[in-house]
Design a protein around this ligand. Sequence first.
Ligand code: F6R
Length: 263
Amino acid sequence: MEVIIRTDPAAVAELTCQLIAARLNAKSDLVLGLATGRTMERVYERLVAKHKNDGLDFSRCHTFNLDEYIGVPPEDEHSYRFYMNHHLFSRVNIDLGNTHVPDGMATDLRAGAAHYEQLIRKAGGIDVQLLGIGEAGHIGFNEPLSALMSRTRDKALTPLTRKQNAEMFGGDPEKVPKRALTMGVGTILDARELLLLATGKAKASILAKAVEGPITAMISASAIQLHPNCKVIVDEDAAGELTEREYYNWVFANEPEWQEFQS
Ligand code: F6R
């Protein structure tokens, strides 16, 4: 794992956008794992700008989102399908048929989840998976006690997660759906590269536990420690409780792979 500390959320989004653009330019049929949420909005804004200004080409790219609320139809503005269409898919030259979000309206959720896993396998697996982190320590909607080998399935959301996401539902946690369909921790770990992003002071404590604490199913984000190719990109605020910041900064400043990204 590498931890890259940038000054602010804008710089976190910029570096992430540069990394994704580099992967997409190297492999036009990239399979990209996507996340939703506030942290990602800036990343998608920049990817859209890179498409418009530099011709970043999504025409052969396939995408798989981490999760979707159960019982929220795709045309509802609260659904993650709506979020993705709005923030990214409708603004770049991606083929909508190549974009995938778990089906939270499936009558048989278990079959829907198995089908999603099958689609990922058929696409050849995920090349790069974007991840945010919730205050409950989740990646995707893998709430505490999610098995580290779990696959796509439905999961009950914690009160903390519903509170965290209430802003998008008029501020009322009761309006946030109680369940979601999410890739499992095991599904996420199968991706060939992970990029986990965190910004803001509210994430500092859980980020430090996930990155420097013990691996535990109580904090599913700690499972990224098992992954051989994981980059954690955070701003100064989210990095506030990391103990080895000096070392992380030295690596970013000195390792050859990061030279082209220095600014
Ligand atoms: C969303 C997702 C979640 C979010 C996390 C952080 O698809 O998978 O794990 O990434 O809850 O959300 P924000 O960025 O809104 O703080």
